[in-house]
Design a protein around this ligand. Structure first.
Ligand code: DON
Length: 310
């Protein structure tokens, strides 16, 4: 059933989804491998939709900042692609991995070239290259998110970054292993510090829906300047669709039908090219690291509105 015929009616759809989520008992469990995230309340829920002109609709905890985590991989990819173009693809692939986000298993067979920019190995390569090109990848990312969201209060949570570093052995292993193939440009500890700070940026659903807008505007930033070519914007959206939720990307495409990117903080961003962007947050995760209520809410959004890329 399609209950929405015009973007002006996004608010009732969001309200209805929030009511359905409130009645759903299964919320999953917050990430516990990062101690600072384990304390999140799985019953938190927020959702925002931003139109191309920056109009935002929201429900629940949509203004509450949360840990962005792997959602940031979309923005570092865009920021690096904008600088170096296709050369990036000599260092990271564009295929779904079918494996968990922090898996090492394919790297040796594939000579230190990660499958895609959204698994941890691929994100480390992208951050490394962005760091070389900007001198401070995490700062470049934070500045971009502030500018696109219009929120200059966005910040890195240093406690979360430190907390990640205490559990950083797997990311360190990925970094050193890729460095052994010559696929990392910076010192691995420098890269890890950048990556942990990148993941620890906090932002709300409203901030992230707005910051993702350039992917719905075919590469155009909120100030009207171009970050990506139309073709690059299409490419980033395509990689989100096929790789944005790791070994659940097929199921996410089946249920939601939109390019999306999750993070273990419980957030998910999604893009309807030419129309709007979404961000949903609920910290309870499924066994693949995606927000249980978040995926359900996006599934309900595309089902109720009929808005999808398919
Ligand atoms: O690399 C990590 O472990 C985290 N900082 C980010 C992982 C993440 O968000 C994976 N997403 N679902």
């Amino acid at each position: 059933m399609v209950i929405m015929s015009s973007p002006l009616t996004f608010q009732p759809v969001l309200q209805r989804i929030a009511e359905e989520i409130a009645a759903a008992p299964d919320r999953g469990r917050p990430a516990d491998y990062i101690p600072a995230l384990a304390a999140c309340d799985p019953h938190s829920f927020g959702m925002a939709v931003a139109e191309l002109d920056g109009t935002v609709y929201g429900v629940g905890d949509w203004r509450q900042p949360f840990s962005t985590q792997s959602i940031t991989k979309v923005f570092t990819l865009a920021l690096d692609l904008a600088r170096e173009g296709d050369e990036l693809w000599e260092h990271v692939g564009r295929e779904p991995s079918g494996n968990p986000f922090n898996s090492l298993v394919q790297l040796e067979y594939e000579n230190g070239i990660p499958r895609n920019p959204f698994i941890n190995a691929g994100a480390l390569v992208v951050t490394d290259r962005l760091h070389t090109r900007t001198g401070d990848a995490a700062r470049t990312l934070l500045d971009f998110l502030r500018a696109e969201s219009g929120n200059d209060q966005l910040a890195i949570n240093k406690d979360v970054a430190a907390s990640e570093a205490t559990r950083g052995d797997r990311n360190a292993a990925l970094g050193h292993f890729m460095a052994s193939y010559g696929n990392i440009e910076n010192q691995v500890p420098v890269l890890l510090d950048q990556y942990f700070h990148q993941c620890s940026i906090e932002a709300s659903c409203a901030d992230l829906a707005l910051a993702t807008g350039f992917l719905a505007r075919h590469g155009i930033r909120s100030d009207g300047t171009r970050l990506l070519t139309q073709s690059q914007s299409k490419q980033v959206n395509a990689i989100m669709l096929t790789c944005g939720t790791y070994d659940a990307a097929g199921d996410f495409a089946y249920r939601v039908g939109l390019p999306g990117k999750s993070g273990v903080g419980g957030g998910i961003i999604a893009v309807v090219p030419g129309r709007c962007t979404l961000c949903v947050w609920s910290p309870g995760l499924d066994e693949r690291g995606n927000s249980v209520a978040g995926v359900t809410a996006l599934d309900r959004f595309t089902t109720l509105t009929g808005v999808s890329v398919f």
